[in-house]
Design a protein around this ligand. Structure first.
Ligand code: UT7
Length: 366
């Protein structure tokens, strides 16, 4: 059986920091209110030279370097975003243009749930033998679409990108289970009017039209706790595991109270739940892969450990999956006459093989 192991990962956020103190000068709010209601202290926001593409490419380069691969060796790029730099062409094509290579490229749209959706789609390509190496990116620059006079939304969002590389493995690594869901009728609770093909008409009819993010915070909050808890529990069950087998829950970073409530619903101690919300706010599709990259850097999980990724977002949508960390069973074929290297998850060289007599050799993972 083929699996899709995560062999590389990376993240990128813009340099500019927007603190709660900055927001106090822009809208009627306070650091105390924002921290106690959301857990957010600061977020990163794009500057004039940043874009969804530049953040995505930076995260992707890190992930490729970790996997010891070049863009030419990638077969497919999938980008999860709701803030592409252009609607035509896909964000994935813009990223490919930036990185180089000839990978197939397409986008997945599921708002904040997007990265987990994209990971599950991309994993299928690897599992079914259609592609060997896939780059999956979650990236958003929602601050470009946030109304900085609306205190109920402008305090929440930040920008960023996270990326992973998937490679075929014959050991159970990468996504072991997936739970995807949506309640389209709930679209009215979190949406941005007029980013699509109906804009010209709407804009003509309503000159005061404001294409900013609209949100019913309380409704989304209630939905989020239920959806994250239930999807995570189902993903663990579908993987044939219990929460005792799970090393860490990596949830979408939207609100500390949502994360705490979901963890309580799952009876999971908070030490097992990753959060970096205080520094980045809600980065939408980037939040889970950024959290994954930062959690890995702490050394809290290793080869063979089980992680649960879970997200919710506009749609309304939700997504969860169990990921078994590590690269066991990943093999790289060295081209005839060439020399190849296998690396471990930390980018360390673990095996080198050289092709002899024009025959390819395989360099196995750990
Ligand atoms: O990826 C998905 C993205 N969306 C979410 O995750 C949103 C989920 N929802 C939430 O995180 C929370 O609902 C919020 C953080 C948005 C709001 O927190 P809340 O505890 O649900 O507050 P609320 O909407 O019930 O508002 C309570 C009060 C209101 O004032 P009144 O009517 O009681 O006088 C608001 O006007 O807080 C007021 N308020 C603020 N006050 C100071 C709302 N925003 C602010 C603010 N600063 N920034």
């Amino acid at each position: 059986m083929r699996y899709a192991a995560i062999t590389g990962w990376g993240m990128s956020v813009p340099e500019r920091v927007l603190t709660n103190a900055d927001l106090e000068r822009m809208v009627d709010t306070s650091d105390e209110w924002i921290v106690s209601r959301t857990g957010i202290r600061e977020r990163r926001v794009v500057g004039p030279d940043d874009s969804t593409t530049s953040l995505s490419a930076a995260a992707a380069r890190q992930a490729l370097a970790r996997a010891d691969l070049t863009p030419d060796e990638i077969d497919l790029i999938v980008v999860a975003t709701c803030t592409p730099d252009q609607f035509v062409v896909s964000e994935a094509c813009l990223v490919q243009a930036e990185l180089g290579g000839r990978a197939a490229a397409f986008d997945v749209g599921a708002a904040c749930s997007g990265f987990v959706y994209a990971l599950s789609v991309a994993s299928l390509f690897v599992q079914h033998g259609i592609h060997e190496r896939v780059l999956v990116i979650g990236a958003d620059t929602l601050t470009r679409f946030v109304d900085y006079t609306d205190r109920s939304t402008c305090i929440l969002f930040g920008d960023g990108a996270g990326a992973v590389v998937l490679e075929a493995s014959d050991e159970p690594r990468g996504l072991l289970s997936t739970v995807l869901g949506a309640d389209g009728a709930g679209n009215r609770h979190l949406y941005a009017p007029g980013w699509g093909a109906v804009v010209p008409e709407s804009a003509a009819l309503f000159p005061e039209f404001r294409p900013y993010l609209q949100m019913n915070g309380q409704e989304v909050f209630r939905f989020a706790v239920r959806a994250m808890g239930d999807a995570a529990a189902e993903a663990v069950e579908r993987a044939g595991l219990g929460f005792g087998d799970v090393e860490m829950l990596i949830p979408h970073q939207a609100n500390a109270r949502i994360i705490d409530a979901a963890a309580r619903r799952l009876d999971l101690p908070l030490e097992k739940v990753w959060s970096n919300l205080d520094r980045y706010g809600n980065t939408s599709a980037a939040s889970v892969p950024i959290a994954l990259a930062e959690a890995e850097a702490t050394g809290r999980f290793a080869e063979g450990d089980n992680l649960v990724l879970v997200a919710f977002g506009a749609g309304l949508s939700w997504a969860a999956g169990v990921v078994r960390w590590g690269i066991a069973g990943v093999k790289r074929t060295v081209p005839p006459g060439g020399v190849g290297t296998a690396v471990d998850g930390g980018g360390r060289r673990i095996a080198t093989g050289a092709a002899a007599n024009g025959r390819a050799v395989e360099v196995a993972g750990v």
